[in-house]
Design a protein around this ligand. Structure first.
Ligand code: FAD
Length: 429
């Protein structure tokens, strides 16, 4: 079968997760001939299950809203915060600020199903997808990336060529690592440990699908994300030193000790049955020094991965996929895929990432709470809601100025621009 597959494409995508599937769908809609190379056989497991309101626009652009409405995914209308003693804040309902029929209702998804839907959507629009196909190398001519080498399901090696390759390989960041561009966030280096429960307690009525962020000491926090089929995804995020205190090392032991640190989590899980594995991930937030170079563009987590406390990852992956699809189509149409063409793409993404990152920094500062800010500056409540909901491409400077009274706000990282080739830089002088 695969021997009939062409060697030459308009664009090659490494990875068929949300970033890859959305970029492939948009490029295919533009009539581009795209090849998605995905290492796994879908449906495959993936963490990251809670959407935020402003995921709506990319999902709508992709034609995914009606598919999600028909799915079994639990509807999410709100978030709430819970103190270690177990007292819960009033849930924040998104429809108090956004349109109830569109942006204000989002979903808690099972990623195996959600990612399959997205990848099938790309296929329906014309993308060719090869699963169980691992990209092993970027092909280069001089400084330019001209395609990839991949190992197919049967173990054979193939080379595929295109004027542009989109790296959508997720947190592993295939080419980001190989190009030496991976930059750790100076502060956000947490550890996450998580598992799943069936049959645990749920909130009533429309709060059933709420995300709960429940605190443990030292600015650690649990996510509690209810899913369909009576499942819940539950995990704890904190400094590694805190989680492994007293020499506790196994994910299972870490998880169960932390459950005792939050009365609400303990109570909600008490009626449920733990299901499946315990997972752990560290080496948390990172950013790529460049968004791409000649023939290469980074999309989704491969460009930047941000601490998941505000569930921004899928919004950023889908949004960057859609933006990359449009930008790459325009570049191909102009017959010019030089890196400079992706400057706006980089600036828009970095602006959104930096705004979210500032709020994440504040969140982890022991002197900060949202309540303090809104008590003193009630008019800034809307800014906080917008940023938390994923409406991240706007000017939040008055919010950062206010938050600085309690917590330092980091400067923007001076990174993310496309790497312009040496020849182009010399020619421009
Ligand atoms: C603990 C944790 C909790 C999270 N919680 C949330 C949340 O609640 N909400 C949220 O929005 N986000 C959350 N996220 C973030 C979210 O998971 C990611 O932002 C999202 O999956 C990014 O999508 P992507 O398409 O960029 O990457 P991925 O979804 O990781 O997809 C990348 C794909 O590339 C494939 N691939 C990798 N290397 C190769 C290769 N060499 N060849 C071929 N294929 C390859 C992989 O198999 C994979 O299918 C969380 C992340 C973590 C770690």
């Amino acid at each position: 079968m695969t021997e009939n597959i062409s060697d030459q494409w308009d664009a090659i995508l490494i990875g068929g997760g949300p970033a890859g599937a959305s970029a492939a769908a948009v490029l295919s809609e533009h009539g581009r001939k795209v090849l998605v190379l995905e290492r796994e056989k879908f449906p495959r497991y993936h963490v990251g299950e809670s959407l935020i309101p402003f995921t709506y626009a990319p999902l709508e652009r992709l034609g995914m809203i009606s598919k999600l409405r028909q799915s079994a995914f639990l509807k999410k209308y709100s978030v709430q915060f819970v103190s270690p003693s177990g007292s819960a804040s009033q849930p924040f309902y998104f429809f108090t600020r956004y349109d109830r029929e569109t942006i204000a209702q989002t979903w808690q998804v099972l990623r195996s199903e959600f990612d399959q839907l997205n990848l099938d959507n790309a296929r329906e629009k014309g993308a060719t997808v090869l699963e169980e196909t691992r990209v092993t190398e970027l092909l280069k001519e001089g400084e330019a990336v001209v395609g990839v080498r991949a190992e197919l399901r049967d173990g054979t090696q193939r080379e595929f060529r295109a004027p542009i390759t989109l790296d959508c390989s997720g947190k592993e960041a295939f080419s980001t690592v190989r190009q030496g561009w991976r930059t750790k966030d100076p502060y956000l280096n947490k550890v996450a440990v998580w598992t799943y429960y069936k049959g645990s307690k749920r909130e009533p009525d429309i709060a059933e699908g709420a995300t709960t962020v429940a605190f443990v000491p030292e600015k650690g926090w649990f996510w509690h994300i209810p899913q369909h089929d009576d499942m819940v995804s539950v995990g704890v995020v904190a400094e590694g030193k805190y989680l492994t205190r007293g020499g506790v090392k196994s994910p299972k032991d870490i998880f169960h000790r932390e459950v005792t640190q939050n009365a609400w989590i303990q109570d909600h899980l008490s009626t449920g049955q733990q299901v499946g594995d315990y997972y752990l991930t560290n080496e948390y937030s990172f950013h790529s020094k460049h968004c791409g170079s000649q023939g290469l563009l980074l999309v989704g987590d491969a460009f930047a991965f941000l601490d998941p406390v505000f569930s921004s990852g899928l919004m950023l992956a889908l949004k960057s996929g859609v933006m990359a699809g449009d930008a790459v189509h325009a570049a191909l149409a102009a017959g010019d895929v030089s890196p400079e063409r992706f400057t706006d793409y980089a600036n828009t993404l970095r602006e959104g990432i930096e705004n979210m990152r500032k709020l994440v920094y504040a969140f982890y500062n022991p002197n900060f709470s949202f309540r303090q800010v809104t008590d003193k500056y009630p008019h800034l409540g809307a800014d906080i809601t917008d940023c938390l909901s994923g409406d991240v491409n706007k000017d939040f400077s008055r919010l950062w100025d206010a938050i600085r009274e309690w917590a330092p706000i980091p400067d923007d990282l001076p990174i993310g621009q496309p790497l312009v080739s040496r020849e182009a830089a010399v020619a421009a002088q």
